[in-house]
Design a protein around this ligand. Structure first.
Ligand code: ZN
Ligand code: ZN
Length: 263
Protein backbone atom coordinates (compact mmCIF):
# COMPACT_ATOMS: atom_id res chain seq x y z
CA UNK A 1 0.00 0.00 0.00
CA UNK A 2 1.39 3.44 -0.87
CA UNK A 3 2.01 5.81 2.01
CA UNK A 4 -0.63 8.47 2.53
CA UNK A 5 0.18 12.16 2.21
CA UNK A 6 2.02 13.77 5.09
CA UNK A 7 -0.31 16.64 5.91
CA UNK A 8 1.55 18.10 8.89
CA UNK A 9 5.14 19.20 8.26
CA UNK A 10 7.11 22.19 9.56
CA UNK A 11 10.00 23.93 7.81
CA UNK A 12 12.25 26.92 8.35
CA UNK A 13 9.05 28.99 8.23
CA UNK A 14 8.08 27.70 11.70
CA UNK A 15 9.66 29.43 14.70
CA UNK A 16 10.59 26.13 16.38
CA UNK A 17 12.19 24.38 13.39
CA UNK A 18 15.84 25.53 13.22
CA UNK A 19 16.67 22.37 11.25
CA UNK A 20 13.66 22.69 8.98
CA UNK A 21 14.00 22.99 5.21
CA UNK A 22 11.13 23.20 2.77
CA UNK A 23 13.29 22.24 -0.21
CA UNK A 24 14.91 19.26 1.45
CA UNK A 25 11.55 18.11 2.82
CA UNK A 26 10.27 18.06 -0.77
CA UNK A 27 13.31 16.03 -1.81
CA UNK A 28 12.75 13.62 1.05
CA UNK A 29 9.06 13.23 0.12
CA UNK A 30 10.03 12.36 -3.47
CA UNK A 31 12.71 9.96 -2.27
CA UNK A 32 10.28 7.93 -0.14
CA UNK A 33 7.48 8.08 -2.70
CA UNK A 34 5.00 10.25 -0.83
CA UNK A 35 2.03 11.30 -2.95
CA UNK A 36 1.91 14.77 -1.39
CA UNK A 37 3.18 16.92 1.42
CA UNK A 38 1.53 19.80 3.26
CA UNK A 39 3.60 22.47 4.96
CA UNK A 40 1.56 23.50 7.98
CA UNK A 41 3.61 26.18 9.70
CA UNK A 42 2.92 27.40 13.20
CA UNK A 43 0.51 30.28 13.51
CA UNK A 44 0.92 30.79 17.26
CA UNK A 45 0.01 33.92 19.12
CA UNK A 46 0.12 32.55 22.66
CA UNK A 47 3.69 33.51 23.42
CA UNK A 48 4.87 30.98 25.97
CA UNK A 49 8.33 30.23 24.55
CA UNK A 50 11.21 32.55 23.84
CA UNK A 51 11.46 33.44 20.15
CA UNK A 52 7.94 32.28 19.42
CA UNK A 53 6.25 34.10 16.54
CA UNK A 54 3.61 33.33 13.94
CA UNK A 55 4.52 32.36 10.39
CA UNK A 56 5.30 35.14 7.90
CA UNK A 57 2.51 33.94 5.67
CA UNK A 58 3.39 35.94 2.55
CA UNK A 59 7.04 34.88 2.60
CA UNK A 60 5.95 31.32 3.24
CA UNK A 61 3.52 31.26 0.30
CA UNK A 62 6.31 32.54 -2.00
CA UNK A 63 8.58 29.74 -0.80
CA UNK A 64 5.87 27.17 -1.57
CA UNK A 65 5.55 28.57 -5.10
CA UNK A 66 9.31 28.24 -5.61
CA UNK A 67 9.18 24.61 -4.45
CA UNK A 68 6.23 23.84 -6.72
CA UNK A 69 8.28 25.13 -9.66
CA UNK A 70 11.36 23.21 -8.59
CA UNK A 71 9.63 19.88 -7.79
CA UNK A 72 6.79 19.51 -10.30
CA UNK A 73 6.49 15.77 -9.61
CA UNK A 74 5.38 16.40 -6.03
CA UNK A 75 1.99 17.68 -4.91
CA UNK A 76 2.74 20.43 -2.45
CA UNK A 77 -0.10 21.69 -0.30
CA UNK A 78 -0.18 24.88 1.72
CA UNK A 79 -1.36 25.13 5.29
CA UNK A 80 -1.07 26.41 8.81
CA UNK A 81 -1.29 24.94 12.26
CA UNK A 82 -3.38 27.41 14.22
CA UNK A 83 -2.44 27.44 17.89
CA UNK A 84 -5.42 28.17 20.17
CA UNK A 85 -7.30 29.98 17.34
CA UNK A 86 -10.34 30.62 19.58
CA UNK A 87 -8.16 32.87 21.76
CA UNK A 88 -7.05 34.87 18.70
CA UNK A 89 -9.95 35.20 16.26
CA UNK A 90 -8.66 38.38 14.60
CA UNK A 91 -5.13 37.11 14.08
CA UNK A 92 -6.56 33.82 12.78
CA UNK A 93 -8.78 35.62 10.27
CA UNK A 94 -5.82 37.70 9.08
CA UNK A 95 -3.56 34.71 8.45
CA UNK A 96 -6.32 32.80 6.65
CA UNK A 97 -7.07 35.82 4.47
CA UNK A 98 -3.47 35.98 3.20
CA UNK A 99 -3.90 33.30 0.59
CA UNK A 100 -5.54 30.02 -0.29
CA UNK A 101 -4.56 27.38 2.25
CA UNK A 102 -5.21 23.69 1.59
CA UNK A 103 -4.78 22.46 5.15
CA UNK A 104 -5.88 24.32 8.24
CA UNK A 105 -5.16 22.54 11.52
CA UNK A 106 -6.53 23.54 14.88
CA UNK A 107 -4.20 22.72 17.76
CA UNK A 108 -4.05 23.24 21.47
CA UNK A 109 -0.58 23.47 22.95
CA UNK A 110 -1.22 25.64 26.00
CA UNK A 111 -3.69 25.98 28.83
CA UNK A 112 -4.47 29.06 30.90
CA UNK A 113 -3.30 28.73 34.46
CA UNK A 114 -2.57 31.12 37.34
CA UNK A 115 -3.26 34.13 35.14
CA UNK A 116 -0.77 32.99 32.49
CA UNK A 117 -0.34 30.36 29.81
CA UNK A 118 1.51 27.08 30.08
CA UNK A 119 2.43 24.80 27.18
CA UNK A 120 1.90 21.09 27.86
CA UNK A 121 5.62 20.58 27.19
CA UNK A 122 6.22 22.68 30.32
CA UNK A 123 3.88 20.69 32.59
CA UNK A 124 6.60 18.29 33.68
CA UNK A 125 8.97 21.03 34.77
CA UNK A 126 6.42 22.32 37.28
CA UNK A 127 6.49 20.05 40.36
CA UNK A 128 3.76 22.13 42.01
CA UNK A 129 1.35 21.44 39.17
CA UNK A 130 -1.62 19.10 39.64
CA UNK A 131 -0.67 17.15 36.55
CA UNK A 132 -3.90 15.16 35.90
CA UNK A 133 -5.90 18.36 36.43
CA UNK A 134 -3.71 20.17 33.88
CA UNK A 135 -4.26 17.35 31.36
CA UNK A 136 -8.01 17.55 31.98
CA UNK A 137 -7.82 21.29 31.40
CA UNK A 138 -5.98 20.61 28.13
CA UNK A 139 -8.91 18.51 26.87
CA UNK A 140 -11.40 21.10 28.10
CA UNK A 141 -9.53 23.73 26.08
CA UNK A 142 -9.54 21.44 23.02
CA UNK A 143 -13.31 21.15 23.37
CA UNK A 144 -13.63 24.93 23.67
CA UNK A 145 -11.58 25.34 20.48
CA UNK A 146 -13.67 22.85 18.53
CA UNK A 147 -16.91 24.46 19.69
CA UNK A 148 -15.80 28.04 19.07
CA UNK A 149 -16.54 28.01 15.34
CA UNK A 150 -13.05 28.89 14.14
CA UNK A 151 -12.46 27.88 10.51
CA UNK A 152 -10.15 24.89 10.76
CA UNK A 153 -10.87 21.46 9.31
CA UNK A 154 -8.40 19.20 11.07
CA UNK A 155 -8.08 18.53 14.77
CA UNK A 156 -4.35 18.14 15.33
CA UNK A 157 -2.68 15.85 17.93
CA UNK A 158 -5.72 15.52 20.20
CA UNK A 159 -3.71 14.10 23.12
CA UNK A 160 -0.56 16.20 22.80
CA UNK A 161 0.25 16.21 26.57
CA UNK A 162 1.09 12.52 26.38
CA UNK A 163 4.28 13.44 24.53
CA UNK A 164 5.51 15.22 27.63
CA UNK A 165 4.33 12.95 30.41
CA UNK A 166 5.78 13.77 33.81
CA UNK A 167 8.00 11.17 35.38
CA UNK A 168 6.41 9.52 38.41
CA UNK A 169 2.87 9.93 37.10
CA UNK A 170 0.89 6.77 36.28
CA UNK A 171 1.39 6.04 32.55
CA UNK A 172 -0.94 7.81 30.15
CA UNK A 173 -4.14 5.82 29.77
CA UNK A 174 -6.95 7.16 27.58
CA UNK A 175 -9.51 5.59 29.92
CA UNK A 176 -8.47 8.01 32.68
CA UNK A 177 -9.60 10.89 30.44
CA UNK A 178 -12.30 9.08 28.50
CA UNK A 179 -15.15 11.48 29.26
CA UNK A 180 -13.07 14.51 28.29
CA UNK A 181 -11.69 12.93 25.11
CA UNK A 182 -15.09 11.69 24.03
CA UNK A 183 -16.53 15.17 24.46
CA UNK A 184 -13.86 16.58 22.13
CA UNK A 185 -14.43 13.81 19.57
CA UNK A 186 -18.20 14.24 19.69
CA UNK A 187 -17.91 17.97 19.05
CA UNK A 188 -15.36 17.44 16.27
CA UNK A 189 -17.55 14.83 14.57
CA UNK A 190 -20.59 17.08 14.92
CA UNK A 191 -18.78 19.93 13.19
CA UNK A 192 -17.44 17.77 10.35
CA UNK A 193 -13.81 17.90 11.39
CA UNK A 194 -11.12 15.44 10.35
CA UNK A 195 -9.18 13.67 13.09
CA UNK A 196 -5.43 13.80 12.60
CA UNK A 197 -3.29 10.83 13.57
CA UNK A 198 -0.03 12.56 14.42
CA UNK A 199 2.97 10.22 14.55
CA UNK A 200 5.21 12.66 16.46
CA UNK A 201 8.07 12.07 14.00
CA UNK A 202 7.84 8.32 14.58
CA UNK A 203 7.88 8.52 18.39
CA UNK A 204 4.28 8.53 19.62
CA UNK A 205 0.91 8.06 17.99
CA UNK A 206 -1.34 10.99 18.93
CA UNK A 207 -3.88 9.51 19.25
CA UNK A 208 -3.54 5.74 19.49
CA UNK A 209 -6.07 3.11 18.40
CA UNK A 210 -8.47 3.37 21.31
CA UNK A 211 -9.23 7.00 20.55
CA UNK A 212 -9.54 6.34 16.80
CA UNK A 213 -12.10 3.64 17.66
CA UNK A 214 -14.03 6.10 19.82
CA UNK A 215 -13.88 8.55 16.93
CA UNK A 216 -15.55 6.03 14.65
CA UNK A 217 -18.09 5.07 17.29
CA UNK A 218 -19.05 8.74 17.84
CA UNK A 219 -19.64 9.36 14.16
CA UNK A 220 -16.23 10.64 13.06
CA UNK A 221 -16.03 10.34 9.30
CA UNK A 222 -12.42 10.86 8.36
CA UNK A 223 -8.81 10.51 9.45
CA UNK A 224 -5.64 12.04 8.04
CA UNK A 225 -1.95 11.65 8.82
CA UNK A 226 0.79 13.99 9.91
CA UNK A 227 4.34 13.37 11.05
CA UNK A 228 4.80 16.78 12.69
CA UNK A 229 8.32 16.65 11.24
CA UNK A 230 10.44 19.70 12.06
CA UNK A 231 13.32 18.51 9.86
CA UNK A 232 13.41 16.75 6.47
CA UNK A 233 14.50 13.26 7.58
CA UNK A 234 11.42 12.95 9.79
CA UNK A 235 8.84 13.39 7.01
CA UNK A 236 6.28 10.54 7.14
CA UNK A 237 8.12 8.82 10.00
CA UNK A 238 5.86 6.29 11.72
CA UNK A 239 3.32 6.16 8.88
CA UNK A 240 3.43 2.37 8.34
CA UNK A 241 2.40 1.67 11.91
CA UNK A 242 -0.12 4.52 11.88
CA UNK A 243 -1.89 3.29 8.74
CA UNK A 244 -2.13 -0.24 10.13
CA UNK A 245 -3.60 1.14 13.33
CA UNK A 246 -6.15 3.33 11.54
CA UNK A 247 -7.18 0.46 9.29
CA UNK A 248 -7.68 -1.77 12.35
CA UNK A 249 -9.88 0.97 13.83
CA UNK A 250 -12.19 0.79 10.81
CA UNK A 251 -11.07 3.45 8.31
CA UNK A 252 -10.09 2.78 4.72
CA UNK A 253 -7.72 4.44 2.28
CA UNK A 254 -9.21 6.46 -0.54
CA UNK A 255 -8.33 5.75 -4.17
CA UNK A 256 -6.63 9.14 -4.34
CA UNK A 257 -3.69 8.87 -1.90
CA UNK A 258 -4.02 12.55 -1.05
CA UNK A 259 -7.56 12.13 0.28
CA UNK A 260 -8.51 11.51 3.88
CA UNK A 261 -9.29 7.96 4.98
CA UNK A 262 -12.98 7.30 5.48
CA UNK A 263 -15.15 4.77 7.27
ZN1 ZN B 1 1.29 21.20 17.37
ZN1 ZN C 1 2.96 20.78 14.33
Amino acid sequence: MPLPADLHVHTEWSWDAPHGSMERSCERALEIGLPAIAFTEHADWALVHEGQHPVDIDGYLDAVERCRAKYPALRILTGVELGEPHWFPEETAAVLAAGPLDQVHGAIHSIRIDGGMLDASQFRSRPDLDFPAAVREYFREALAMVEAGQPFETLAHIDYPKRYWREGEPAYDEHDYEAEIRAVLRAAAGTGRVLEVNTTRGDTLCPDIRVVRWWRELGGQAVQYGSDAHQPDKVAEGFRLATQMVEAAGFKPARDPVSVWRR
